[in-house]
Design a protein around this ligand. Structure first.
Ligand SMILES: [Zn+2]
Length: 136
């Protein structure tokens, strides 16, 4: 004896406690809101799975390279900092030397002779003008 689904007129292979009646596969699919997966979707899912696997594989393969790049980046940064340090030191030393050399010039006796030179020359010029006026 075969129990037939009253709704679908197909073989009812299950008894639903919830519905209190015999149901077929179609009833189950309907009650769960299920949608059958078509061939195209299956192909997409297979492709997607393939892509996912390839991605995972390449990530694992490239992990070593990423680490190498990180090491490079760190060592380049370190070298740059060393160069910067050396450069700053050289500029500081040069600045010190320059300031020191200016101090020597300020304190030299040769420069002392020229102190007030502008004033002296303008006074001489004034005196010459006065003498010229008196001669006229
Ligand atoms: Zn049914």
């Amino acid at each position: 004896m075969k129990i037939i689904c009253e709704k679908h007129f197909t073989a009812a292979e299950y008894f639903s406690k919830e519905l209190g009646e015999y149901v077929c596969n179609k009833c189950l699919v309907e009650s769960q809101g299920l949608t059958a997966i078509d061939e195209q979707t299956k192909k997409y899912m297979c492709d997607f799975d393939e892509i996912r696997k390839n991605t995972m594989e390449s990530i694992l393969k490239n992990r070593k390279n990423v680490n190498t790049m990180l090491e490079w980046k760190d060592s380049i940064r370190h070298e740059l900092m060393v160069v910067k340090e050396e450069f700053s030191k050289a500029i500081d030393q040069y600045t010190d030397k320059f300031v020191e050399s200016l101090r020597e010039i300020d304190q030299s006796s040769e420069l002392a002779l020229f102190q007030g030179e502008d004033k002296r020359q303008s006074m001489q010029l004034l005196e010459m003008e006065k003498k010229f006026e008196s001669v006229e």
